[in-house]
Design a protein around this ligand. Structure first.
Ligand code: PMP
Length: 369
């Protein structure tokens, strides 16, 4: 069976091999007589799944030993509260607002942090550019600075993480990497904490991945729920409460899949990154060369993962989407807040899917211009 290409921004496509393995192990995981969903999280079977998922992610993403990897729940939006509950310590927190998700994060932090300061914003450009780090107004003594390293709705991505030390700040950098985790490497020397929901690049919804530097543990506000206190979660190896076992298992299968990816002489995340650069470049080049479609994001800020684009004649939007579906190209409708179209090219999207999308876009353009 040829499955359609699925361009959803999330929950998003999962590699077919991962789905097939999960299906084949559904009734009986490795001779245990149980589905992973039916196992005690404290039994040796699930503990082996969880430990392997964690060590595979650490290896894949080269996470240094002074960071904990936590499997939590609540998604990115819960982290918008959990981060200030753990890290704000009664001081000001800084935000760079680069799109819809960081804007949401800033608002939520206002409920928990003593003060929220906007160090920079891309709102004046309708989030088509990222504010240059050299222009950021960092607060003195901020407990952390939050950025969204890939804005899923606006389609802007930091191509390099800011070096806060070089900008004269000791604040740890917090990144929301929900929509590009595992699509590229991370320079952990610049990061204090990273969080992301799993449902774009790692597996099913319900699992949140947190990577946190050890010195940031143990500073939660008294009101922080125990299940959301990073130190409690770390001390209990993500098993203070019942973790999202199915999500961890499928993410673990995805990490195995990632470890086996090759692109020329690159392996794992480096291979993924090379492929993601090529996929995105191909679609942006096509859009830029066409007089029919447009992407408004400045070239050096464009996301490799989420590519919003517009038909110059928006009255054809419904036709475009109906035709796409007939061509087995699914979930291309743009986010309701920006309209138009959006193609999300996460790790599970092969180059052949991008080629098929471009062929359809070319055909649609020819027919209507
Ligand atoms: N941050 C980013 C960058 C996202 O893309 C999303 C979801 N699209 C969220 C946060 C919110 O995630 P959730 O719905 O899992 O809470």
């Amino acid at each position: 069976m040829n499955r359609p290409y699925n361009f959803s921004a999330g929950p998003a496509a999962i590699p077919e091999e991962v789905l097939k393995t999960a299906a084949s192990e559904m009734l009986d995981w490795h001779g245990s007589g149980m589905s992973v969903m039916e196992m005690s999280h404290r039994g040796k079977e699930f503990i082996s799944i969880c430990e392997k998922a964690e060590s595979d992610f650490r290896e894949l993403m080269a996470v240094p030993k002074e960071f904990h990897i936590l499997f939590m729940q609540g998604g990115g939006l819960a982290e918008n509260a959990i981060v200030p509950l753990n890290l704000s310590r009664g001081a000001t927190v800084d935000f760079v607002v680069s799109g819809s998700w960081s804007k949401k994060s800033r608002k939520e932090a206002g409920k928990y942090a003593a003060e929220v300061h906007t160090a920079a914003s891309g709102e004046d450009s309708q989030f088509t550019t990222l504010p240059d780090p050299a222009s950021w107004q960092l607060s003195r003594g901020a407990s952390y600075l939050h950025i969204c390293s890939n804005e899923t709705i606006d389609g802007v991505e930091f191509q390099q993480l800011p070096d806060l030390k070089a900008l004269g700040s000791d604040a740890p950098l917090v990144i929301d990497f929900s929509s590009h985790v595992a699509s590229r490497s991370v320079d952990w020397s610049k990061v204090g904490l990273a969080f992301g929901g799993a449902q774009k690049n790692l597996g099913p919804a319900g699992l949140t991945l947190v990577v946190v530097r050890d010195d940031l543990l143990g500073h939660a506000l008294p009101a922080c729920p125990s299940a959301f206190d990073y130190k409690v979660v770390a001390d209990n190896a993500s098993m203070f409460n019942t973790p999202p076992t199915w999500g961890i298992y499928v993410a673990g299968l995805t990490f195995e899949w990632l470890k086996n990816q090759r692109e020329g002489d690159a392996v794992g995340i480096a291979a993924m990154e090379r492929r993601n650069v090529a996929k995105a470049q191909s679609l942006y080049d096509f859009i830029d060369a066409s007089g029919f479609y447009v992407n408004k994001v400045a070239a050096n800020c464009r996301s490799r993962m989420n590519i919003p684009f517009f038909l110059k004649d928006e009255s054809r939007n419904d036709d475009f989407l109906a035709g796409a579906k007939a061509h087995q190209l699914l979930q291309l409708k743009g986010h309701k807040s920006v309209g138009g179209m959006r193609a999300s090219l996460y790790n599970a999207m092969p180059m052949a899917g991008v080629d098929a999308l471009i062929a359809y876009m070319r055909e649609f353009e020819k027919k209507h211009s």
